[in-house]
Structure formats: C-alpha cells, structure tokens
Design a binder for this molecule. Structure first.
Ligand SMILES: [Zn+2]
Length: 524
C-alpha cells in the first residue's frame, strides 16, 4: 500500500495574499467546490477573524455540502492577557462551525519578543491554552508553527518547546512552516530528522518559494517523514508564492508512488490548474510543470523527429496522465517532421514528395525573419499552410478601407472606418464607428461580411496584444499584433506584422475572420 499523504490547500487564504490575486466570497466557494470534487483532503477557507468577506464565505459554505474535503478556518493563538474564550478572533473561528481549525503560533524567539512583544514563557502558555480550549470545543486542530525553521536555527531549544506546548495542548497535526521561504532543502531534511523524536503525532510542511525551493522542500519533508503538505494551486501566494500543489501532486502521485488523491484524478490536474487561474483571472503560466501549455510542446525539428518514433525520447511522462496534450510547434526552427505532424493534425494533405513541406518551411522562415511568430498563432499558421499548398480560396477580397480618428478640444476621441469588400461579383461598402481605429475597422468588416456570411456573428475578439519588435526605431519600429478570437467551439490566435499598427491589426483581423469562415464554409 502506498503511503498516504494529506493535502492541505490554502489557495483561498495564503494564495489570496499574492499580488493581483483577489477573490470574492462567491469565487472562493466555486474554487472550494472544485477542490472538493478533485479530492483535496483539507481546504482552508480563510481567516474569519480578520475580515468580513471570509466570514461571509463561511456563512455560505455552511449551507454547502462537501463530499471529500474538510473545510478549515485559520486563526492565531489568543491575544496576550486575554483568555481564549474572550478572544474575538477565537470566537470568530468557532462561529464558522467548521470541524477543523488551523491555528498559527510563534516558534521564533525573535518574533515572540520583538514582534508579538510577549515573554517567551507567555507565548508558550498562549499556544497551549488556545489549543486546549479548541480541543475542549471538539475541534480537530492543525497547528502551524510559523517561522519554525528560522526559529530552530537561532534557538532550537525554544523552537522545540513551542511544538511541545502545541502537542501537550492536544494538536492533531503539527505543521512546520518555512514562512520566509529562505531555508535550504538539506536544512529541511536535517531539522525534521532532529525534531521527529520529540513528537509522537503527525508532522506537516508549509513551504514558501522565495528561493525557488518550495516544491523541493515539500517533497524532501515528505521523504523525511511529513505526512501533510500545505500549498496552493498554481503556487499563488505572498511574495514568490507557496508550494504549487499541482506540482506537489504530480510528483507525489506519479513520480514517488505516494497516495495523495484518487489515482484517476491525476488526469484532471490540467483542468484544475486552468479552472483556478480562470477564476483568479490570471493568465495560465505556459511553462508550468505538468500542466502548462508548453509542458509537452516540441519545437526543434530533431526533437519532433524523435518523438514521432517514440515519445519517451523527449517526454518524462505521457501528457494524458495529467490531462495535458502534446503540441508540435512550427517556427523557423522547424524541420519537415514538424510540418508533417502539424498538417496531419489539421487534416491537410501534402503532395509533391516532400516538396510542399519544403515550401512551407521556406515561407515560415522568411516570415519569422520579418517578425512573425507562428508558434503563438496557430490560426494564422493553418491559413498559411493552406495558402502555400494551394488549398485556400479567399472568401472575400478587400477593395479598400479608410480609417479616421478625430480628437477635439474637449478631449473626446472618435474613430470611424469605411470599408469596401467584394465577394465574387458582389460589392459591399459599409461604415462603422468604434472605441478606437481597430475596433471601428473590426465593426465595419463584420457589418460588410454579415450579408454574405451570417455565421460571422458567432465569433468575438477575446484579446488584442501589441508588441514592438526590433530595437532603436522608436515609433517607426515594427509592431506585432496578436489577436485571440473565439466562438462557442474554440479559441484561435492570429498575427500581423508591419511598421503601421493599423496595417498589422488588419492582417491579424482578416486572418481571424478567414479562419472562422474557412471552418464555417466547411460546415464546422
Ligand atoms: Zn504561508
């Protein structure tokens, strides 16, 4: 039987300490439900004593049933010179009615005397009394020993006394925290080994990523005997973040043979990571281990050639195991293998005994030299391949467009676009306004096309990015415009490059529309 590890998620509390991470009480509930479906053992909902939003979350959570997870509330030891039963923070913890509470206390003498400003003995009494009280109230208590490793390094005897106080008070689990994230992996191992003989109950780890070691410190703690790992989805958290539970799970479950979730759930890791990044409203990190968009992406021709023979050659595990997918990128580094893999994926037939793929590689290299980047614009790439191989019929032709921008003394600025297109023998001229010149052009183009292709209304723009490429040219530099569009079926990216931002935007816009029309005309 593989050894059981309890996962403890603190995305909703420590994760929200991260810059740009902000969650409403409703968002928190959505994430909590997702974590419950996934099967994370403990979900820390928040610090009810610290803000009304967390209190409201716990009010809503009380009416929600959780199947696999235990919801926990976070709080600190009681205030100096107060009894636990009179402390507002402790009252708020109990008021949530959750069965498990996570309580943090000081282990580092520096924090005790300088920050909290109480005597060392008084701090021990606060830890002991608070836990005793919560146990008397029937709660499971997870004790977070804040700054434990820093405390142990400066005053090991005192740091150990704080753990003893928690254990004597009846703490169910004692979690050793690397709160400042500055501890080296070998120190984690050494200190846990030294602490273990003094404790009889289970030990946990809570690691921050300030040295980029949160994951490695968490895994080492497990190897040294810890049975609980605390972390956040995607590693969100204060400063450089917490241990990323996605990687923790990937490694514990698929590499080290521990049992932390139901085995079939590892296939949902990618979905879980993206769901949380969507709710948090932060773009997913492409290079994230296991689940990132690039985690199984192959660009170099030699690599692609090899994975076509045997994927193990350049993949540490099969992308299916974590619900991710293999991607072959096409760029100026590409060889024939990339093109062949890609065209097969797109259902495009190549002819001429390798002649077509040579032509495609040549065209891509030429365009990438001018500033295009096709690995990030798969929609434009598909159109390019079809055009080069003569499998593309232009659905419409641009005859002309004109864009005007007007700004007056009162400061308001308006944009108007007029466009003339032809479809077969037919012409259409339309005009439209917009928030800016590109927006006006987009409106005018769609208006003109709707008459011929009503399904154009199904698509919308999701994102519009402009990047200056090449150095030293100032406002005369080339710009690369990347547009992301979507309909109810998919999201696609297209690209345009020019010294003129309107021209670059136009190219990306036309590719985006043509991509949609090529699917629509094929009945997709
Ligand atoms: Zn923390």
């Amino acid at each position: 039987m593989p050894k059981r590890i309890d996962l403890y998620d603190t995305t909703l509390r420590d994760g929200t300490q991260g810059e740009q991470v902000s969650l409403s009480a409703e968002d928190k509930l959505r994430i909590a439900k997702k974590l419950d479906d996934f099967g994370i053992r403990y979900i820390e909902g928040g610090w009810p004593g610290s803000n009304p939003k967390d209190m409201r979350f716990f009010d809503m959570a009380r009416k929600t049933s959780f199947n696999k997870s235990r919801l926990t509330a976070f709080g600190s030891t009681h205030r100096p010179r107060t009894r636990p039963e009179d402390d507002e923070n402790i009252k708020a913890l109990l008021k949530t009615e959750v069965q498990t509470v996570a309580l943090f206390g000081k282990s580092w003498d520096l924090h005790t005397s300088q920050i909290l400003a109480v005597s060392l003995d008084e701090n021990l009494a606060m830890i002991h009394e608070t836990i005793t009280y919560l146990k008397k109230e029937g709660r499971e208590v997870i004790y977070d020993a804040e700054h434990f490793f820093d405390g142990y390094k400066t005053n090991p005897a005192y740091a150990l006394k704080t753990l003893k106080a928690a254990a004597d008070g009846g703490a169910d689990v004692i979690v050793l925290c690397d709160t400042n994230g500055g501890t080296m992996t070998e120190e984690i191992q050494k200190i846990i080994k030294e602490v273990q003989p003094h404790l009889t109950g289970p030990i946990g780890i809570h690691a921050h990523n300030d040295c980029g070691l949160a994951l490695s410190n968490s895994l080492t703690a497990v190897r040294s005997g810890a049975t609980m790992v605390q972390g956040t989805i995607n590693g969100y958290g204060e400063r450089c973040g917490n241990a990323d539970l996605i990687s923790v799970i990937g490694n514990l479950q698929l590499k080290m043979g521990y049992d932390s979730i139901a085995p079939e759930k590892s296939k949902q890791l990618t979905e879980l990571s993206r769901y949380v990044s969507e709710v948090v409203n932060l773009p997913p990190l492409n290079q994230q281990p296991f689940v990132g968009k690039s985690a199984f992406a192959h660009k170099g021709g030699v690599h692609v050639n090899a994975i076509l023979k045997n994927p193990t050659a350049y993949e540490h595990l099969h992308p299916d195991q974590v619900g991710n997918r293999r991607r072959v990128l096409v760029s100026d580094l590409s060889g024939k293998s990339n093109i062949e893999y890609k065209t097969q994926e797109l259902g495009i037939k190549l002819g001429g005994n390798g002649f077509d793929s040579k032509k495609i590689v040549h065209e891509i290299k030429k365009l990438e030299d001018q500033g295009y980047q096709f690995d990030a614009a798969e929609g434009s790439l598909e159109l390019l391949i079809k055009k080069v191989t003569g499998q593309f019929e232009e659905p419409f032709t641009l005859e002309s467009f004109r864009v005007t921008i007007e700004k007056n003394r009162s400061g308001a600025s308006t944009s108007q676009a007029t466009i003339k297109i032809s479809v077969g023998e037919d012409y259409e001229i339309t005009a439209a306004e917009g928030d800016g010149p590109v927006n006006a052009l987009d409106h005018a183009l769609r208006k003109a096309l709707t008459k011929f292709f009503p399904r154009i209304q199904e698509m919308g723009l999701v994102d519009f990015k402009v990047r200056v490429i090449g150095e030293g040219g100032g406002t005369a530099s080339k710009v690369r415009v990347q547009i992301e569009s979507r309909d109810e079926r998919e999201i696609w990216s297209t690209i345009g490059v020019s010294e003129n931002i309107i021209e670059a935007s136009w190219q990306a816009l036309v590719d985006s529309v043509q991509y949609k029309l090529s699917k629509a005309l094929n009945g997709v």
